[in-house]
Design a binder for this molecule. Structure first.
Ligand SMILES: Nc1ncnc2c1ncn2[C@@H]1O[C@H](COP(=O)(O)OP(=O)(O)OP(=O)(O)O)[C@@H](O)[C@H]1O
Ligand SMILES: Nc1ccn([C@@H]2O[C@H](COP(=O)(O)O)[C@@H](O)[C@H]2O)c(=O)n1
Length: 211
């Protein structure tokens, strides 16, 4: 059983996926962390972020391990844990360029499809491309200002700078970010996190919530 939660940048995907996964007693999977890891490793190696051949060779030489858990995903390369470094503004600024590379998308998709079910998968194209057969699909939105105000609690930059960066990331991610035709779209703007989690849980078909 797979539940997909897609949406625009900082719309609450990972927080909502975590809450839903905890309620269901299953892990959630953050696909964005795989794109973020590819970006961080590329930056650290001094690679051009649009050089798919070099990036893929580097990723294959440094295999990562994604640990999907309900309370938060962790990423390791060998003995080094990268999790805390994946949400920096530097990675935010480069990740959409890396995610635009078809070779990198194929690398991410293969890792996601190899994961054992059940899980909640969050990202941009979980319901459309990676898991079109998912049992339930959701797509989260909120205005750029609301998202920037929420994110400002986690980043050193001010709200206008964060809003500009989110809007630019949304623009670069447009191709892979459309809601699936069978996804329930939720505007999280007027809702608390618990209300969004409750809305998702209340919409799950019985066969999905029972596992
Ligand atoms: N409905 C909500 N009400 C208030 N705050 C929220 C809500 N949903 C999420 N948040 C907060 O907004 C911030 C961004 O949420 P989160 O990191 O889950 O978004 P995301 O879509 O996974 O982000 P990204 O696309 O950058 O990975 C977090 O601080 C989270 O606690
Ligand atoms: N399914 C996905 C997930 C993510 N991306 C790209 O990764 C970036 C970071 O994702 P977050 O969910 O952590 O914000 C995102 O901006 C996309 O460029 C993707 O393309 N597809």
């Amino acid at each position: 059983m797979i539940v997909t939660i897609d949406g625009v940048a900082a719309s609450g995907k990972s927080s909502v996926a975590s809450g839903v996964a905890r309620a269901l007693g299953i892990p959630y999977v953050s696909s964005g962390l795989l794109y973020r890891t590819a970006t961080l490793l590329g930056l650290e190696a001094g690679l051009e972020l649009n050089d798919a051949t070099a990036l893929l060779a580097h990723l294959r030489a440094n295999p990562l391990r994604l640990e999907p858990r309900a309370k938060g995903n962790r990423v390791w390369v060998g003995e080094r844990e990268l999790t805390a470094e994946l949400h920096s503004s530097r990675v935010d600024a480069g990740v959409s360029r890396v995610a635009a590379l078809p070779e990198v998308r194929a690398w991410v998709d293969a890792q996601l499809r190899a994961l054992p079910e059940p899980f909640v998968a969050e990202g941009r194209d979980m319901g459309t491309n990676v898991f079109p057969h998912a049992g339930a699909k959701f797509y989260l939105t909120a205005s750029p200002r609301v998202r920037a105000e929420r994110r400002a609690k986690e980043r050193p930059e001010d709200v206008p700078a964060i809003e500009a960066a989110l809007t630019e990331r949304d623009r670069l991610d447009t191709v892979q970010s459309a809601p699936a035709p069978d996804a329930r779209v939720i505007d999280t703007g007027p809702l608390t996190l618990d209300e969004v989690i409750g809305a998702v849980l209340s919409e799950l078909p019985e066969h999905v919530s029972r596992g």
